[in-house]
Design a protein around this ligand. Structure first.
Ligand SMILES: Cc1ncc(C[n+]2csc(CCOP(=O)(O)OP(=O)(O)O)c2C)c(N)n1
Length: 530
């Protein structure tokens, strides 16, 4: 007899899922054990929200859904952050939690929550697993996560149902809907004609591109010498050290310069551009030549966009001659963007934020995966970290939820054990989930954490000042983050010297060790970069 729990484990293992992230309760122990028997590792984390974020990053890097498993009630409630994140940051996540059995007496309300109703608005597929539907439902939940744009499925399972014999395996298999390939030649011709008349075109690449298309995208942009900008979550889709790279759009540092560059463009080509990453409204106010292969976040297809496979479109474009030549039409914007990073005033005891990025990027290998948390440091790294390879930069930008960086680093390191991983976090965000450093050590996922210490929720403090409000309750006392790291079994050091920062990072990469480097920064420096 195959139990319902064993059937779930079998479907996941057959789909190539080798790790499930989570934090257990008594109601999921049987399923956890079946996962173990099926060869699916359970990555035990210290908060369900962190587990969900790590799972989603792990899954996206492995081109499959990440899976997170929690108990019912409080464990299930803690899934709101990662599910919201996966929904708006387009990461494939299957969340499974326990639930109260349907045949419990109606008076039993302990830990009872309307879980399906709670998560239905953000999950595209919500089901209760039963002994009769288990094979279909789990396979379908996995497939729906991978439908573009990627998203969230949510399943519940009661401890009683888990033990019941599963009904026979259904023969049906579920595949994500294929991308539309018709119309590529017409779209290519339209683009060529629009570009022919453009003096200052700008291709803006966004979250709707598949990183597997990085090579043909690079070939096309290089052959035609087209100026290109990206949104933060696709950093690395083009080499950001190349001459035609204009910068990062979507509310990062130097956003004024980038908004001016957008305004100065006479043709904006939105290649997979998804406004879910943009905190301003220019995407709706100016004409954009959309090139999308799937709907944007929340299923939105902008007016005027016709969906067409990017691969087919790029194949059609390669056959075309460059319709014009453009000689660095954004040079002044590119120079200004660069200059802002180096325009420092030294302050004793702290490091200029630009020196952190420059020092680290000079020593970290090009395949390094960088994750950030949310705050001023995200704006800094989002704009200025020179990403060179696809899928090497991870941040929460659709949701923009704090507590992402450290958990994402764990998921990334487990998915890509050979790549060095660097998490850049603020001291506020670090205090939300620093305990996951112990997880990272325990599960063999060493990475470097840079904690930018400014004693404040600086992005919010800066916003307060911008609104001419008093600095009220946006500062906190220091926590000794070096000792915090050491308490979790990870070495730590504090430095305000860029050379020491770079050599410590280099050593940690060489030794494949975890390291926390606390870097004092001055929160009054950030506004000069914004
Ligand atoms: C979960 C969550 N809570 C609150 C916010 C609002 N918020 C955005 S940035 C920020 C400050 C982050 O402070 P810190 O981690 O120290 O980074 P810094 O801005 O100082 O670089 C806050 C509170 C958020 N984005 N996510």
């Amino acid at each position: 007899m195959t139990s319902t729990a064993a059937a779930i484990a079998r479907v996941l293992a057959d789909a190539g899922i080798d790790r499930v992230f989570g934090l257990p309760g008594g109601e999921v122990l049987v399923l956890m054990d079946e996962l173990r028997l099926a060869g699916v590792d359970f990555v035990l984390m210290r908060h369900e929200a962190n587990a969900g974020i790590a799972a989603a990053v792990y899954g996206k890097l492995r081109r499959q859904p990440g899976v997170v498993l929690t108990t019912l009630g409080p464990g299930a409630a803690n899934l709101m952050l990662p599910m919201s994140n996966a929904c708006l940051d387009l990461e494939p996540l299957l969340a499974i939690s326990a639930q109260i059995p349907d045949d419990f007496p109606a008076s039993h309300t302990h830990q009872l929550l309307p879980l399906g109703e709670i998560y239905r608005p953000i999950a595209r597929y919500v089901e209760k697993i039963t002994r009769t539907n288990v094979f279909d439902v789990v396979a379908q939940a996995l497939a729906r996560c991978m439908e573009r744009p990627f998203g969230v499925s949510y399943l519940t399972l009661s401890a009683r149902e888990a033990l019941k014999p599963a009904a026979n395996r259904a023969a049906r298999s579920f595949m994500p809907t294929p991308l539309p390939s018709a119309g590529a030649r017409e779209q290519a011709a339209k683009l060529v004609s629009a570009l022919r008349g453009a003096k200052r075109p700008l291709v803006v690449i966004g979250l709707g591109v598949d990183p597997a298309n990085a090579a043909p995208i690079r070939r096309w942009l290089t052959q035609w010498n087209l100026p290109v900008a990206v949104t933060p979550k696709v950093k690395g889709i083009v080499d950001e050290t190349s001459a035609n790279f204009v910068g990062v759009v979507g509310g990062m540092a130097a956003d004024g310069v980038m908004c001016d560059a957008i305004a100065a463009a006479d043709l904006v080509v939105g290649f997979g551009l998804d406004p879910v990453e943009i905190d301003k409204t220019w995407h709706a106010e100016r004409a954009i030549h959309w090139l999308l292969e799937s709907p944007n976040a929340c299923g939105i297809v902008p007016v005027g966009a016709t969906l067409v496979s990017h691969r087919a479109l790029l194949e059609a474009l390669v056959d075309e001659q460059p319709p014009a030549s453009w000689s660095e039409p954004f040079r002044t914007f590119q120079d200004k963007r660069k200059q802002m990073l180096t325009d420092r005033t030294p302050q004793a005891g702290t490091m200029w934020p630009g020196d952190i990025v420059e020092g680290l990027s000079s020593v970290m290998p090009r395949e390094t995966i960088v994750t950030t948390d949310v705050g001023s440091h995200k704006y800094l790294f989002g704009q200025y970290w020179p990403s060179r390879e696809p899928e090497t930069f991870w941040m929460s930008n659709g949701l923009s939820g704090m507590a992402y960086g450290l958990s994402a680093a764990i998921g990334a390191k487990l998915a890509r054990p050979e790549s060095p991983v660097l998490a850049a976090v603020g001291d506020g965000g670090f205090s939300m989930n620093a305990q996951e450093l112990e997880t990272a050590e325990r599960v063999g996922a060493p990475f470097i954490t840079i904690v930018l210490e400014d004693g404040s929720y600086s992005l919010i403090k800066i916003s307060q000042a911008g609104k001419k409000l008093e600095p009220y309750r946006t500062e906190f006392r220091p926590i000794d983050n070096v000792r915090m790291a050491e308490a979790c079994g990870v070495s730590g050091l504090r430095t305000s010297n860029p050379d020491e920062l770079a050599s410590a990072a280099r050593r940690a990469v060489e030794r494949r060790q975890s390291l926390v480097i606390a870097v004092p920064v001055n929160d009054t420096d950030y506004p000069r970069l914004f």
